[in-house]
Ligand binder design. Structure first.
Ligand code: MN
Length: 228
């Protein structure tokens, strides 16, 4: 096909134990999916259910590494999250069918300009500049679903310069992964290549230049970034 400009590169994430790459079509994110994080953000998890927002697919930073401190913020935050990678999609996927759509799982960080998010909330404006900026979605290699099954429980943690800041358990998610897939697919058609960031436990906080951030999830390995 002749195109008027060069075709943009398809962002892609390495797969553990394979030379193949997982191409990224869309990135969905779940907000307030852990009750303790909903509370620390000033919400009431009993009254406000989780919700969705997005990041552009080229916000992924495969394997982490050095990430420049973004412009126009003085309060960049980390949020460690379980990321789901889909190999199948569809509309109105039921919770019971949802697991059949999952290719694998990864560890991701939903980098957030917390100050711009606070302003957006106050003014009822969208979150795009707070959440969907360049290099805002570092992600580990994807671990394909093992015959042992899907992770429904297990530690999720993050440290800054060797000091632990976040520690939770996947079992604490308000919406478990199959419900997240069911909910999103009731709004939009999901498709192969979609990533879903499933929310963060409590303990979110600021990053300054030079910080080394490590995070991990039981069974899915670790991810490290350095903010420069
Ligand atoms: Mn998040």
């Amino acid at each position: 096909m002749e195109t008027i400009i060069p075709l943009p590169a398809m962002p892609a994430v390495p797969v553990h134990g394979s030379l193949a790459l997982f191409p990224v079509r869309r990135i969905y994110c779940v907000g307030r999916n852990y009750a303790d994080h909903a509370r620390e953000m000033g919400g009431d998890p009993n009254r406000e259910p989780p919700f969705f927002f997005g990041k552009p697919n080229d916000a992924v930073v495969p394997g982490g590494g050095a990430i420049p401190y973004p412009t126009l913020t003085s309060n960049l935050h980390y949020e460690v999250e379980l990321v789901v990678a889909l190999s199948k999609g569809g509309r109105d996927i039921s919770s019971s069918e949802a697991k059949d759509c999952i290719f694998g799982y990864a560890v991701g960080i939903d980098l957030t300009r917390r100050d711009l998010q606070a302003t957006a909330k106050e003014k009822g404006q969208p979150w795009d500049t707070a959440k969907g900026f360049d290099q805002s979605a570092p992600i580990s290699p994807i671990t394909p679903v093992s015959p042992g099954g899907h992770p429904a429980a297990g530690a999720i943690w993050l440290s800054v310069n060797g000091v632990e800041k976040q520690r939770g358990d996947l079992a604490q998610m308000t919406w478990q992964v199959p419900e997240v897939i069911a909910h999103i697919s009731s709004f939009v058609a999901l498709a192969p290549g979609d990533l879903i960031f499933t929310g963060t436990p409590s303990g979110v906080g600021p990053i300054v230049r030079g910080d080394r951030i490590r995070c991990g999830i039981d069974g899915l390995g670790e991810l490290e970034i350095v903010v420069i």
